[in-house]
Design a protein around this ligand. Sequence first.
Ligand code: OAD
Ligand code: ZN
Length: 250
Amino acid sequence: DHLEQLARLVREAGSVVALTGAGISVPSGIPDFRTPTTGIWANVDPMEVAHVDVWRHDPERFWAFYGHRFASLGQIEPNAAHRALAELERRGHLDAVLTQNIDLLHEKAGSRDVVELHGSIAGCHCPACGHRTGLDETLRLISSAPDGVPRCGVCAGVLKPDVVLFGDMLPAAAITRAERLALGADLLLCIGSSLVVFPVSELPAATLSAGGRLAVVTASETPYDDAAAVRLGGDVVDELTGLLAALDRL
Ligand code: OAD
Ligand code: ZN
């Protein structure tokens, strides 16, 4: 079956790299972005809340969205799919996790090598003076501000989260490392992502061009389904715990 096939690919590959998106955190209770009806971008236009111009020109609207997001993401726990990736790494089957998620759940689940392509909720900075705040302090600043906008304690500038916004530069070091890992991967395990947002949309092509293989584990269709050696469309928790069990059986 497909899980056994994937387990064989994992065991035979010299380098396995995981690439994750919002779908892996859905079983933790966080909506993804593009699933019809429940996805965040099915309900709110990203250009109206998550674009750098909104942060710049309408910080109240920006922080009304991100303040809620930071508060809810800070409280959730990793699920068995995150833990399965940490276990694969401990067993020596996984080199690194490349993630578009900002929720820190891979780290919380025990993954050691995590490359955050879109930043994380761990902190904010003041672009005006460089001052930094952590998650807890940011949440305190948000709830104590009359307009819900967290401001720098040094210069009163509006804080900016350490996450990639639409219209922002991507974190160069993380992208470079992700490209290198994707090129070197014998197997790129794509999990819970629609694989449509640049630069993640290019990473599976990089793996393929270097002679590596793809596995796609996600509910919806992706542009790489036909190119994948294995395609699994069940729930991420079932598929990844199933993968661990299939590896045990080999
Ligand atoms: P998407 O919402 O585009 O894709 C999530 C994928 O996970 C879809 O293929 C879903 O079908 C699948 N999925 C959801 N729940 C699942 C489950 N329980 N089991 C299996 N599959 C499941 O999310 P991303 O690909 O992560 O960027 O989106 C990429 C980027 O777009 C995000 O990082 C965000 C967004 O705009 C920024 O905000 C800059
Ligand atoms: Zn400042």
